[in-house]
Write a protein that binds this ligand. Sequence first.
Ligand SMILES: [Zn+2]
Length: 434
Amino acid sequence: MNENEILRKISTNLTERKNSAALSNYEVLCNNIKFVNDLFKFVVHSFHGLQFSFKESLREDSLLNNEYKNTSDLHPFISIVPRIISNGLAVADKFTLYTEPDDRSGITTENIALLRRGFLEYNHLVTATRQYIDSIVSDSYQLCLLEPKSFNYHVLISLNSFDKYATKSLSQALFNEEIRDCLDEFGKLRFRDWKRSAITECSHTTFGKKIDFLFSVLGIASPTSLAEEMKDLFKFSSEFTHIGYVSTFFSSSSGAEVIFGDDIGPYLPSTENFGELKYEILETIFKSFIKVYLPSVVKCIEKLLCEDEAKKYATEILKLINQLNDKLKTRNSQYYFFVKSGLIGSRKTIELKCMCGVGRNWKPLHEKSELFCTGCGSSFNILEVEGDGGYIITSNGPAKIIGADVPDFEDLPKEKQIEMLKQIEALNKEKFGN
Ligand SMILES: [Zn+2]
């Protein structure tokens, strides 16, 4: 292709927006968004509490490791670290605000325009994302390093830019004589020396390089797709934040939309498209938070505090990470149901109860397309079981075969349950000899 052909293709495809299609189940999306958004609010809240007691521990000089005690050169980090953490929490609060699930109450075909998602909504969501992914990575980077020159670089660059345009009142509030002296010192450096000078250093200049550094010091098993996912989200969100041509075209051109509907009410393709992006972002940010940010905080705590004190916090944070990991795995998962042979295709409604608590009444004709959970997006796999057995042994213990004429395992009297578990144990011994 030559330059004119490319230009022609751009002009025919990227100036008039085509209709978008809704590809996911909107109800599932909203439920999953709510689940992860709530989980994120919970973790931010727990973390607020944790950092409060951490700050108290830092006040006790006797609990600090030698390099960070009162008289040592690295002691300033004792006040800097809690500030980095509370700055991060402020950005996290903003992020949770822009990733709330859609409110569909009172939406009718008359006011459906309230659910239309365009340039403004995309811009808010993706800019909040860009700010937060940036904050997770640069904070994790500083927390892992705790290195004076690198931290100076980070703050002096920021001060230098702020100073360029700040009004008198803003400057007065921030720039006292000591800070002015620091800026003057920084002003003496040539631009090309900023990254490596007597007072500043930046060895990992880009977002990507910081990610690679973090994954290596935190020992996150490599190759891992999360590193690439974070880099991709950073590029994608930068394109929006910098008002790239494609993202602006995509989110600002609004044509007439067809109205879709489900059990809850009407919605638009743009609502669903936006929800899909929101969920994907929530998932990536959530994973970044538990796999990169929290472990960086642990690393930092281990540097600052003596072993016994650090262990207290590390154990608590690791417990939180495991809890969150398990909860996230329940979304869009795969579950298996055992159904008595002959039930599928009969006139009976089959009750399928998902792990998340939401049930589905699978009505005749038992369409395969209905085999998913509207609560969490998990897909259901059905295994038909021949014979008259009442229970089947799964990795989670005995489960009732749906359609069998027996009570649920949990509803059996305790003695019966124990008896059955003993039988299983005996069978296992016979079979595997342990
Ligand atoms: Zn479910």
